[in-house]
Design a protein around this ligand. Structure first.
Ligand code: UDP
Length: 474
């Protein structure tokens, strides 16, 4: 690209939860490794929780208040409160912060703002600073397009549902064949937000508004790679001329960032689970089980997973974080007798270094909620999945993992321990279907490696993005 080059300084601000912070931090590291000056902004609350991370040359952490009090943080709808509070209170502190750091000596002024989804108000920060903005939308490309199309699904009368029977009467299997690049999806795959009876559904409106507001940004950054989602990316290009597919971010980081000074995690990682994996003699014999950072199971669902895993007779490493079961409950909610029944072949952790776990030689399968970060990490590790989606884009990720990429087995929505056990046995037992999934997973792993290696699509796209950030007036 023609134009005068300048020192680029990106101010990054993710929505304050793990699923947004983690990929945004990876993007920050990648930009920094390419010579971009980085300011990573957390909320004060997370800044404390992350034990005040220290920056380094050209990479600083800053924080702004999120406007919540203790009662908000303890409330069941705390994520909604957080979303609304950020919108209401954060624009001025972010603008002030950018101006303050830009006025320091030896620090170039902020030249662009990069946000994750759900903080589209911060596009206004970029507008006020008169710098370009980029959105790192944390889902797959198909997940992004589905979220864009929620608006049309409402306009065309697919959702809200007329009554509760529509959740179980086969209506969710209605084919949706008019979304460009995605000819084979069904209504129920699109997003959890179509499963509402509420004509004023807050979540549905917020999601589609947030996705559609990405059109205000100069560019859209996706944690995916071209080969994985080529059809939908081709179609998306008509609407979003500047899409940068630079994922899997975990793989790109591994390839391009020599030294990461901080492992930032809102939870403490249990190192003992790695030693437990090291001690498993058989390669690919362990099933890794995790439902991410936000999913909440009912005690009944937890029991179906637990007894299904117990019945499978396969070794497994299960992340049961505090809060996985309503309130703050976690391990204490496991059914009586479960730990004793599985003690020689099971390790339960509150949180682990998931990327390392998935890439460990002992791990051969992943029972997942199909969050997008987890899905991409599993693809990069070449590990096939059992998918149990329950929220937002997890349904479409599951659909693509199972029906398009051939690396997933789906559990029925009504969870049954017999099916959990049967799927685990099918995946870990090495039958015909498992062998096919393993082969496919190896192919996608190789493609992910190629995309993020020199000359690969994601590698080139990152360089293109960095060049764009350096061009004055972009
Ligand atoms: N994760 C982790 N340790 C765990 C469980 C999860 O580091 O024990 C990380 C995981 O690697 C991923 C993120 O948490 O990067 C979860 O993101 P995802 O999009 O899969 O799900 P969400 O938490 O947003 O529902």
């Amino acid at each position: 690209m023609e134009g005068k080059k300048r020192a680029a300084h990106a101010m990054l601000f993710p929505f304050p939860c793990s699923g947004h912070i983690n990929p945004t931090l990876k993007l920050a590291e990648l930009l920094h490794s390419r010579g971009v000056h980085v300011t990573f902004v957390n909320t004060d609350h997370n800044h404390q929780r992350l034990r005040r991370p220290r920056g380094r040359e050209g990479f600083r952490f800053e924080s702004v208040p999120d406007g919540l009090d203790d009662a908000d943080r303890a409330a069941p709808d705390r994520t909604v409160r957080l979303y609304l509070s950020l919108r209401k209170t954060c624009t001025a502190p972010l603008v002030d912060l950018a101006r303050r750091i830009g006025a320091r000596q030896r620090v170039p002024p902020v030249t662009c703002v990069v946000i994750s989804g759900l903080v589209s108000f911060a596009l206004g920060v970029a507008e006020e600073l008169r710098v370009p903005s980029f959105v790192l939308w944390g889902t797959s490309a198909v997940g992004f397009v589905c979220t864009l199309r929620l608006r049309q699904l409402v306009q065309r009368g697919y959702t809200p549902l007329k009554d509760e029977t529509y959740l179980t009467n086969g209506y969710l299997d209605t084919p949706i064949d008019w979304i460009a690049g995605m000819p084979t999806v069904r209504l129920g795959d699109v997003s959890s937000f179509v499963r509402t009876l509420d004509p004023t559904s807050f979540a549905l409106r917020v999601e589609e508004e947030e996705a559609n507001s990405c059109a205000r940004a100069q560019g859209l950054i996706l944690n995916t790679f071209d080969e994985l989602e080529s059809d939908v990316l081709d179609a998306l290009g008509d609407e979003f001329p500047r899409v940068y597919t630079i994922g899997p971010l975990a793989a790109a980081m591994h390839r391009r960032v020599d030294h990461v000074a901080h492992g930032l995690s809102l939870w403490e990682e249990d190192a003992a689970c790695m030693a437990w994996l090291d001690a498993r003699p058989e390669p690919r014999s362990v099933l890794y089980v995790s439902f991410g950072s936000l999913a909440v199971l009912s005690p009944g669902q937890l029991a179906e997973f637990a007894w299904g895993l117990a019945a499978s007779n396969r070794p497994f490493l299960w992340v049961v974080r505090p809060g996985l079961v309503g309130g703050d409950r976690g391990m204490d909610a496991l059914p009586d007798g479960f730990v004793a029944a599985t003690k020689n072949r099971c390790f339960i952790a509150e949180w682990c270094a998931q990327e390392q776990v998935l890439r460990h030689r002992a791990v051969g399968g992943f029972l997942t909620h199909s969050g997008w970060n987890s899905t991409t990490e599993s693809i990069w590790a070449g590990v096939p999945m059992i998918c149990a989606p329950g929220f937002a884009d997890q349904y479409i990720n599951c659909r693509y993992a199972c029906a398009e990429w051939g690396i997933g087995l789906r559990l029925d929505e009504e969870l049954r321990r017999e099916q959990v056990a049967a799927h685990v046995e099918e995946l870990m037992g090495g039958g015909k279907k498992a062998e096919e999934m393993k082969r496919n997973a190896a192919v996608w792993k190789a493609r992910a490696e190629a995309a993020t290696g020199p000359g690969g699509s994601a590698y080139e796209n990152l360089d293109r993005l960095v060049e764009e950030l350096r061009v004055e007036g972009s």
